[in-house]
Design a protein around this ligand. Structure first.
Ligand code: NJP
Length: 244
């Protein structure tokens, strides 16, 4: 079947300094796309851009800062004249009983996982109009479909992403802009800020967790469909992760 040719496509990936974002950047570049790597850790994205070579550029930005997001997309417009793929991937999660959680943690999760995603999406839409096969994809989570004990506020941010996408899809479909949500289960990455490293490792080992590349493949599968095809949602989980 003929898929969309990704050679020369322009992609912005937030949270490209590690994990799923980094893996997706590498896969997209191998398909011929140009990737703008976005994250706060300058040294990580600059080293990755250097390793990839001419098909990648690094832009340091905190997605929760609206002015930095504005500068990022102004630069994309100036450099490329448009955008074919936005991957809203930047995210973080704090775990623990809700009763012990703090407003500081709530704000950090909502500011990045939701507000940052909204800012990037709004800035990207005008750059996508008239570009066949353009797509906005966001990394939500199985936690955006099922409540998981110990992750209440993180789950709330990911449910918000799912609800936003369901509506945005309806608003942008007529313009030919595809809106897709990817919902991974457990993945071997740096995710899980306040969870003890050993507990994370044991859980991922027990589940035979996904690799970041597995999720990257789901993103590229959706993006590479012919422009008329919307892969609206992909929930991808380790086979051994039988519940949430
Ligand atoms: O984790 P990690 P993942 N502005 O920690 C960036 C979801 N997910 O790849 O800024 C800009 O390796 C951060 O970069 P830096 C998860 O919710 C995961 O697993 O340099 N960037 C880094 O590149 C998230 O949405 C699992 O610190 C910001 C990246 O985000 C997505 O997958 C399961 C930022 C995080 O990379 C990628 O996370 C699941 C900001 N304000 C969903 N804040 C899982 N791993 O098990 C953070 O269901 N970043």
């Amino acid at each position: 079947m003929k898929m969309q040719d990704l050679v020369g496509k322009v992609a912005v990936i937030t949270g490209a300094s590690s994990g799923i974002g980094e893996a997706t950047a590498r896969l997209l570049v191998s398909e011929g796309a140009h990737v703008v790597l976005v994250a706060r850790r300058r040294e990580r994205i600059e080293a990755l851009a250097k390793e990839i070579g001419g098909q990648a550029s690094a832009v340091v930005a905190d997605v929760s800062d609206a002015s930095q997001v504005g500068e990022l997309f102004a630069l994309v417009r100036k450099t490329f004249g448009g955008l074919d793929l936005l991957l809203n991937n930047a995210g973080l999660g704090f775990s623990g009983a809700f009763v012990d959680s703090t407003p500081e943690e709530w704000h950090r999760m909502f500011d990045t996982n939701v507000i940052g995603l909204l800012s990037c999406t709004q800035a990207a839409i005008p750059l996508m109009k008239g570009r066949p096969g353009a797509m906005i994809a966001s990394i939500s989570s199985t936690d955006g479909r099922y409540g998981v004990e110990g992750w209440s506020v993180y789950c709330a941010t990911k449910y918000a992403v799912v609800g936003f996408h369901e509506t945005l899809r309806k608003e942008l479909g007529a313009d030919g802009i595809r809106v897709s949500v990817i919902e991974p289960g457990a993945v071997w990455t740096e995710f899980g800020h306040n969870v003890p490293e050993q507990a994370l490792r044991e859980r991922r080992q027990a589940l035979d967790a996904l690799h970041a590349e597995d999720v990257a493949q789901a993103v590229v599968y959706a993006f590479a469909q012919p422009p008329r095809v919307l892969v609206q949602e992909i929930l991808v989980r380790p086979v051994k992760q039988v519940s949430p």
